[in-house]
Ligand binder design. Sequence first.
Ligand SMILES: Cc1ncc(COP(=O)(O)O)c(C=O)c1O
Length: 469
Amino acid sequence: MAIQWSGLGPELLLRLVRDSEQPLRSQLETGLRDAIRDGRLQPGERLPSSRELARELEVSRGLVQECYGQLLSEGYLDSHVGSATRVAARAYPAASPAPRPPKAAPAPRLIADFRSGVPDLASFPRGDWVWAMREACREVATAELDYGDPRGSEALREVLAGYLRRVRAAAAGPEDLIVCTGFAQGLNLVLQVLSQLGVGRVAFEDPGYGDDETSTSVRSAAQPVRVPVDELGVDVAALAASGARAVVVTPAHQSPTGVVLAAARRHELVEWASRHDGYIVEDDYDSEFRYDREPVGVLQGIAPDRVFTVGTVSKALAPSIRLGWVLAPPALSGAVAEAKLLSDRGTSGLDQLALAALLRSGRYDRHLRKMRGVYARRRAALIEALERHAPGVRLTGLAAGFHAVAHLPEGADEDAVVADALRRSVGLYGMAPFRAARVPAPPQLVLGFGLTGERAIEAGIAAVADLLR
Ligand SMILES: Cc1ncc(COP(=O)(O)O)c(C=O)c1O
């Protein structure tokens, strides 16, 4: 390899590789630009004349002139008639790069991590997704690669509407579906539309969205209020008293208590909405996983004019896919589409076509069937492990999803249990971060089993049993 070094001072060695595929001019340009950016060449510093540098590097003078010309036009260099070419006085990205924050210590390896809200990431159907992406690329019409309908791909909305009618008893038509990037965006779009309608106060369940989600859920509402949840679901009388005109609920499987909204409450809630000209935002996040019976249909099916149902693939596939949908009341679906257009012009078209292919081919259903089995076995392992190692700890909220609530003995200190468990390499999570007011409340743990297999569940519970008893 023939390498030519310039003599622009010992610390500024410009290195030209003669037999590189990168043309010499581009090498010189990049070398000078990098030297200015990282401060080896300082503002105001004089550069050699094109003749000098050309001689030094054994390249043509024209090549150096072209290169200087390029950097002059980019603003890295300055030159005035009759004087030398210099590094422009304006400083380029900090001469010394901004100090990087110290690397966080690696998270300790846990025997078992009972974090909730995350599906089994290791079970993501990689093969099916590769197949679906390939299908999407193969099938996509050239015109579909353009900006399209902000509601999303027609092919996906058609197949999704059919799926939601079949599986969730939704009153769904493709024209009222808006594909978005998950629940977080779906909720934001709906809140924007509600705010345009003059809906100020929006109620959220308590306990409800935890610390992480608070930033995207509760905080995205202009005037959030909290309404309590009891063993029948959201307290509709408290909702009516709150003065809210919209409420965000998790009827199929309350997050995080796990209760299913009782039939009577479903009707009360819908009645509340029609009496108050109100709206219900239904977070249908993990309804695919119900173990004791068929899942109840969405609320939207009984009040399509009052309910926005927001769905996501974050639990069924993986959060990083960032695909979800809003099924909006027909009178408002245009406004949601408009909000989506203004927000980002639409969700990735190829990802949408891939999801459509998964749904159409039956691979989505097949994956869900498999995962229902996986989570049902983990749920049974959790019940057994608690019965064996910490009898007396009551578990609730097990009808669906992949988390449950463990009730600690009265007087137990939730935070201390969590901290002690971590010292034993077990990730436990308290209910406190899901509560609005940090007032004394019964000590509880939210135990997720999306990330933890059966053996780890047994080992993890055994390791912390004395803390739970
Ligand atoms: C209650 C609830 N709804 C919805 C979601 C999914 O949000 P997204 O679709 O933005 O990933 C989560 C994720 O943890 C959740 O806990």
